[in-house]
Design a protein around this ligand. Structure first.
Ligand code: LIP
Length: 273
């Protein structure tokens, strides 16, 4: 089947902008907050409304396409990542930030065909910043081409590493151990609370790497293409190709830095999406 990738790309940008207005409106209002897998895994009525809006726009324009959305999966729908054209959506990536009035919130929209990401859009409506990418066409921030940092050693790098929202078991302890190992090997660490934004900052050279265990396909799908199209690498933290449903990701400005991080961290195996 022939695909008009440019039409998909333009549609995704228009849908992201429309959804961004709903996020902006909700950001400055009192929120109704519910919890999901832990007291730190939040969802609001805006997450739900934005996902429904995005899903309805894509399903009416591309009725044969499939859809994977964070809140639809949280509501019980199985996360089925197949070869079919599939829109992979996080309606608000950085819900914790949204609830606390921190502006680093994003709408992450990706399209995968044969399990390959061909369109990636990360729209940050409060920061008025949109990252866009189409397979083979580079990565942009507000229409301007972006590229990863030229720094090629971990000791000279800023590494973005999140604490995540797991509060039980050994996951949080292992993650804090990994934070210490990265601090001891780098210029320092940062965390912005949104995997999609973390990856876009690596893509634009404002950080040399991002690593996280515990994320989901909807958090990273768009960011994967944006980093790759900006000249970066995206791999499994243990090494090897990135596995979108493995719930772990490592991206970096160079293979060298990715390899140096992979060698120092303790890896975590999680239930797949
Ligand atoms: C968030 C991720 C972030 C992670 C948070 C949370 P959400 O996604 O983008 O990287 O550290 O725990 O999972 O839940 O805001 O869409």
């Amino acid at each position: 089947m022939d695909h008009n990738i440019h039409e998909y790309y333009e549609t995704a940008i228009a849908v992201a902008k429309e959804a961004g207005e709903v996020v902006k409106d909700g950001f400055y209002k009192e929120k109704k907050v519910d919890i999901k897998t832990s007291f730190a895994d939040l969802v609001t009525e805006t997450d739900q409304a934005v996902e429904q809006l995005i899903m309805s726009r894509f399903s009416s324009k591309f009725p044969t396409h499939k859809f994977i959305g964070e809140e639809t999966v949280a509501g019980g729908k199985k996360c089925e990542f197949t070869d079919d054209p599939t829109w992979i959506v996080d309606p608000i990536d950085g819900t914790m930030n949204f609830v606390h009035g921190i502006p680093h919130v994003s709408i992450s929209i990706a399209l995968a065909i044969n399990k390959e990401i061909v369109v990636g859009i990360v729209h940050c409506p409060i920061l008025d910043t949109m990252y866009t990418s189409m397979k083979g066409q580079g990565a942009m921030c507000n229409g301007k081409k972006i590229s990863v940092s030229k720094i090629s050693d971990l000791s000279q790098s800023v590494v973005i590493i999140e604490g995540g929202n797991a509060r039980s078991g050994n996951e949080a302890k292992t993650k804090s151990n990994n934070h210490l190992k990265i601090i001891q090997s780098s210029h320092g660490i940062r965390a912005y609370g949104s995997a999609a934004i973390d990856m876009c900052l690596v893509a634009r050279g404002q950080g040399e790497a991002y690593i996280e265990y515990g994320i989901h396909i909807w958090d990273i799908a768009a960011g994967i293409l944006i980093v790759q199209e900006a000249g970066g690498v995206v791999v499994d933290p243990k090494g090897g190709p990135v596995d979108l449903v493995s719930r772990r990701v490592l991206c970096a400005s160079s293979k060298t830095i990715a390899g140096q991080i992979s060698a120092v961290v303790e890896h975590i195996d999680l239930e797949r999406d």
